[in-house]
Design a protein around this ligand. Structure first.
Ligand SMILES: *Cc1c(COP(=O)(O)O)cnc(C)c1O
Length: 235
C-alpha cells in the first residue's frame, strides 16, 4: 500500500489517484457489510479549492461524482471538464441563493442543499418555465445551529410535504453537516430516522473526518475532500 511518504510534494496528482481508489474500495467494503440489498454508497469527491490537475487525476481513475460548495467556483471550473468528461455528475453541497437558481440548474446534476421554502418555490418556478431540474436532497440542520443552513428536524416533514404536494418537487434524500464539536453518530442516526419516517432512501452524510461512522448509519453518499485531495489551499 503506498503511503504519503512515497509521493513527492511536486506530484500531488499521483497521490490523488491512489487515495481515491483506496477510498472507493473502503467505502464499498464497509457498505457491503451493512447494505446488502442496496446500491453501494456513492463517493462524492469534493473539489472546492482543488487545482484542476488533481481533479483530472481523479477523473482518470474513473471518478465521476464530484461536489462543489459555491456556484461561482463551479461555473469557472466545471463546464470545460464536463466537455472532456460528459458523464460526470456534479453535486452542489453549499448554500444556494435564489438569484443563482437558474445558473445552478445549468451547472449541477444534484442540488443537495434544498433548505427553505423560498428556494423550493424558485426551483418549482423554473421547472414550470420548462427547465429540467437537478435531482434534489433536502439539507437538515440536525444540530439546530443558528449559523448553519438546513430545515430543522421537527419541520422536515412539513417541508417535504410542501415540496411534494404543493410544488411537485421530488427530493430523493436528506443531507446534513453535523456540528463540529458534537458526536457525529447522533446526527447521522437522527438523519437516518427522519429519512425513514419520510420514506426517503438517500442519505448524504459523512465527510473526511467521520465517513466511516456515516457508512455505519447507512449513508448513501459520503462527501470527501481532504481525505482525497489533502488540505485545501496547499494541495
Ligand atoms: C467541504 C465540504 C465537504 C468535504 O469536507 P472534507 O472534510 O474535506 O472531506 C463535505 N461536505 C460539505 C458540505 C462541504 O462543504
Amino acid at each position: 500500500m503506498a503511503n504519503d511518504l512515497q509521493s513527492s510534494p511536486n506530484d500531488p496528482p499521483a497521490a490523488v489517484g491512489e487515495k481515491i481508489l483506496a477510498l472507493r474500495a473502503e467505502v464499498e467494503i464497509a457498505a457491503s457489510r451493512l447494505r446488502l440489498a442496496k446500491a453501494p454508497p456513492v463517493l462524492v469527491a469534493v473539489t472546492k479549492k482543488v487545482p484542476e490537475a488533481a481533479i483530472r487525476e481523479a477523473l482518470e481513475t474513473g471518478q465521476r461524482v464530484f461536489g462543489e460548495n459555491r456556484v461561482q467556483e463551479a461555473a469557472e471550473k466545471w463546464p470545460a471538464l464536463r466537455d472532456a468528461y460528459p458523464d460526470i455528475e456534479l453535486h452542489l453541497i453549499g448554500p444556494l441563493q435564489t438569484n443563482k437558481v437558474k445558473q445552478a440548474i445549468g451547472l449541477f446534476d444534484v442540488i443537495e442543499t434544498l433548505d427553505r421554502p423560498k428556494l423550493a418555490k424558485a426551483l418549482a418556478r423554473e421547472r414550470n418555465d420548462g427547465a429540467r431540474l437537478p435531482r434534489l436532497f433536502v439539507q437538515v440542520n440536525t444540530g439546530e445551529e443558528a449559523q448553519k443552513a438546513g430545515v430543522l428536524p421537527a419541520e422536515t416533514g412539513a417541508f417535504l410535504a410542501l415540496c411534494r404536494n404543493e410544488l411537485g418537487l421530488v427530493p430523493e434524500g436528506l443531507m446534513c453537516v453535523p456540528p463540529v464539536e458534537e458526536e457525529a453518530a447522533l446526527h447521522f442516526a437522527l438523519l437516518h430516522e427522519i429519512a425513514r419516517a419520510n420514506a426517503l432512501e438517500g442519505l448524504s452524510m459523512g465527510m473526511s473526518g467521520d465517513y466511516e461512522t456515516a457508512l455505519n448509519f447507512g449513508a448513501s453518499h459520503v462527501r470527501l475532500g481532504t481525505a482525497i485531495f489533502g488540505p485545501r489551499g496547499e494541495a
